[in-house]
Write a protein of this length. Structure first.
Length: 112
């Protein structure tokens, strides 16, 4: 599919040029596969990834955003435990899905 290849190539370019220093925001119409392609990218291009869906988020993760953004070791430990995923420095991708549901998460990206 042409769309899939184009966006995937854009994600590869972002990974190569951002070097883990910049976040990426993907906008588009609903239900066209944005989350699916980004999750596939995480599976293929990173040692690990986790998907935080803000439509279905636990109170523990909300609590982590509220209390531990100034202690990133604890913040990432909570995410790793809650999603049962090992996070590796510079080799893991964290995907925020439906981030508009929780504005504090979007604001926190600059700290992460």
């Amino acid at each position: 599919m042409i769309f899939k290849r184009k966006i995937y190539d854009n994600l590869l370019d972002w990974k190569a040029t951002a070097s883990g220093e910049k976040a990426l925001l993907i906008e588009g119409a609903r239900r066209i596969g944005k989350s699916t392609i980004v999750e596939e990218f995480g599976k293929n291009e990173y040692k690990s990834y986790l998907l935080i869906d803000f439509n279905d988020i636990s109170s523990l993760v909300i609590d982590a955003f509220d209390k531990y953004l100034n202690d990133l070791d604890t913040f990432f430990m909570i995410l790793s435990t809650e999603y049962n995923t090992t996070l590796y420095p510079h080799e893991s991708l964290i995907i925020f899905d439906e981030v508009q549901q929780y504005p504090k998460a979007r604001q926190s990206i600059k700290n992460l």
